[in-house]
Design a binder for this molecule. Structure first.
Ligand SMILES: Nc1ncnc2c1ncn2[C@@H]1O[C@H](COP(=O)(O)OP(=O)(O)OP(=O)(O)O)[C@@H](O)[C@H]1O
Ligand SMILES: [Mg+2]
Length: 349
């Protein structure tokens, strides 16, 4: 299998660090001060890595690198299938990491779409979140390091993959006491490891089961991908219900952020969809709910043909300068800002 690497041109580095097109000459000056690495070259020009993004954003860049003492845990959850949760989770994960963040992806879907996207051989023996949960239920140590995979070279992006045994984990959890706390307990067991990350992104299946409920309960924020369809928007009712259950069970209000997917900015139907989503939000006063300013369009580069789920590259790998890639960079920047807000909320009780 071809090894996945992520090296990019200076233009992409400028986009990831906030310098943009007009700031490229200022970026060039900044680059001169970087620690000289052994850069790969393409067409006589240097290529850069996530490490360069991190170094540049650490000192005086238009987009400074956020730093947290604990990771921001985001659950990609929506009770409707096929809306793009996995696609958006993978692309945001890679973009956040390329911009200099340390990212852990956790696949909790027995279909393992996220794992397949990162070339995991799901026929091999795999250590999943399910194994960690079972260990905690049986008072045994739960160690994520047994399962971690680093799918793209030069990127601080790790993946805890999934396989279809997760279906059984869910059945086991149904009988467990305090099941909404189980993933939180697994996180406590792995605290030292988790402190090595800035973001933990959890991809969940389209159903509310014990495992996805517990994963959402252990998160700082729910990220809900939503599309223009009556069914997709109607499913937000289930999401708000889950948020209410969480509040009852844990006393915590988990904020929700909608990411509109497969829409086209500026088109009339996009505006009306956004209005419908906003209207459903306004009636939901018990939760902190918002919607990203960035909208992900329907784009052929994001479409995975059915049955060919494995090995699909993320946009930053496949077409780093496309407009939709730029959307993911903007979205990642919004996610960083929300993470800083979450930290502020926690510090103020
Ligand atoms: N913006 C987009 N443009 C084009 N195709 C997209 C876009 N977003 C997602 N897709 C395609 O839609 C299909 C469903 O996406 P994805 O698997 O990410 O959804 P999901 O919500 O994770 O599904 P599930 O509920 O089954 O886990 C995939 O074939 C994917 O390639
Ligand atoms: Mg999915």
């Amino acid at each position: 299998m071809e090894e996945r690497v992520l090296h990019f041109k200076r233009r992409v580095l400028a986009n990831l660090t906030g310098y943009g097109l007009e700031g490229e000459s200022r970026l060039a000056k900044h680059i001169e001060k970087l620690q000289a690495g052994s850069y790969p070259v393409q067409g006589g020009k240097k290529l850069y890595t996530a490490d360069d993004s991190r170094q540049i954003r650490a000192v005086d860049a238009p987009w400074p690198l956020p730093r947290f003492d604990r990771p921001e845990v985001l659950a990609f959850f929506y009770s409707k299938g096929g809306v793009g949760k996995t696609t958006i989770c993978a692309n945001i994960g890679v973009t956040l990491a390329a911009a200099g963040n340390r990212v852990l992806l956790i696949d909790t879907d027995p279909q393992a779409s996220l794992s397949l996207l990162f070339d995991v051989d799901v026929d091999q023996e795999i250590y999943t979140l399910g194994d960690a949960v079972e260990a905690v239920i049986h008072d045994k140590p739960a160690d994520f390091r047994k399962g971690l995979i680093r799918p793209i070279k030069d990127l601080q992006l790790d993946l805890l993959p999934a396989d279809n045994r997760l279906v059984w984990t869910d059945m086991l959890m149904v009988q467990a006491q305090y099941r909404e706390k189980l993933v939180e307990q697994v996180f406590i067991c792995n605290q030292a490891l988790l402190e090595e990350y800035d973001f933990v992104l959890i991809d969940t299946p389209p159903s509310v089961n014990s495992l996805s409920f517990s994963a959402v309960a252990a998160s700082n924020r729910i990220i809900s991908v939503v599309q223009l369809s009556k069914m997709a928007i109607k499913a937000s009712g289930n999401l708000f219900k889950l948020a209410r259950e969480l509040k009852k069970g844990t006393g915590r209000v988990v904020p929700i952020t909608f990411i509109p997917n497969m829409l086209h900015g500026g088109k009339p139907h996009t505006r009306s969809t956004l209005d419908i989503i906003r209207a459903s939000i306004d009636s939901e006063s018990s939760s902190k709910v918002g919607i990203t300013a960035t909208v992900i369009p329907e784009y052929v580069g994001l479409a995975r043909p059915k049955g060919h789920e494995d090995g699909q590259k993320t946009l930053l790998e496949a077409e780093p300068l496309s407009l939709t890639t730029q959307k993911f960079i903007e979205l990642s920047r919004e996610i960083e800002t929300l993470a800083m807000l979450d930290r502020g909320d926690e510090n103020h009780g």
